[in-house]
Design a protein around this ligand. Structure first.
Ligand code: ATP
Length: 234
């Protein structure tokens, strides 16, 4: 569904992505793992049009995405939940969700709102609350809910577990699986490799801007290098 080929991204002289090739199949959850600074966030930003690649191709069901502005990429079905959530703090929960659907003109918005409220009952309870006063976990739910309001074909999630208490991390990953079972394809960037590999079908390990390893979640989970570097084994 989503194909990335030989992607290079530069920040000035810094060569952040050095020929990344990866793919995400329809219906999959694919995990993108790797240490700090490996280029995971940069990859998601290039996919959603926030960064322009120096070289390489990105296609969504065969249609090129490079050079298309971010708001049009959303309309094509790619929704990005950025690191650190970036919700609109002064707007209410409901207004944030409405913003997620701002570019849509189809009739499915009400139904998607119900879907988000079913996935996150807490957001329904708090629909009139100003988003900046939500807890960290609730803000993450809102960021994911807002992205779902764009009715994406693929959801790009950047570190959804970051800063959350363990019980909330489990909840967020369960919800990610529910979203996927409802038909949304997911590319998941995570520092929490154990949780990511528990929910993903496949994964890639990025190191210093290149894909160092790839395989099924089970293969990566059993790989001694992955176990040592990312799963906390001595
Ligand atoms: P983390 O897990 O720490 O978020 P990451 O794998 O997402 O790491 P990126 O944020 O994609 O890594 O960064 C990749 C490289 O690009 C790093 O060396 C980083 O310092 C550099 N980089 C990222 N953003 C910028 C920027 N705006 N200007 C210059 N260099 C940047």
């Amino acid at each position: 569904m989503l194909d990335v080929e030989h992607l290079h991204v530069y920040y000035g002289k810094i060569h952040a992505l050095k020929g990344v090739t990866l793919s995400v199949g329809k219906g999959e959850i694919v995990a993108l793992l790797g240490p700090n600074g490996a280029g995971k966030t940069t990859t998601l930003k290039a996919l959603s049009g926030l960064l322009k690649p120096g070289q390489g191709q990105i296609t969504l069901e065969g249609e090129p995405l490079v050079g298309i502005p971010p708001h049009e990429i959303v309309l094509k079905g790619v929704a990005h939940v950025p690191e650190g959530r970036r919700i609109f703090n002064r707007l209410t929960v409901f207004e944030n969700l409405e913003m997620g659907a701002y570019a849509r003109s189809d009739g499915g918005i009400g139904q998607d709102l119900e879907r988000v409220f079913a996935l996150f009952p807490r957001l329904k309870e708090r629909r009139a609350q100003v988003a900046g006063t939500l807890s960290g976990g609730e803000q993450q739910m809102l960021a994911i809910g807002r992205a779902l309001m764009a009715a994406p074909r693929i959801l790009l999630l950047d570190e959804p577990s970051m800063g959350l208490a363990p019980v909330l991390v489990e909840q967020i990953f369960e919800t990610i699986q529910s979203i996927n079972r409802q038909g949304t394809t997911i590319l998941l960037v995570e520092q929490n490799a154990a949780m990511a590999l528990a929910v993903a079908h496949r994964g890639y390990v990025l190191e210093t801007g290149s894909v160092a390893l790839s395989g099924s979640a089970a293969e990566l989970h059993d790989n001694p290098d992955v176990r040592r570097a990312y799963l906390g084994e001595a």
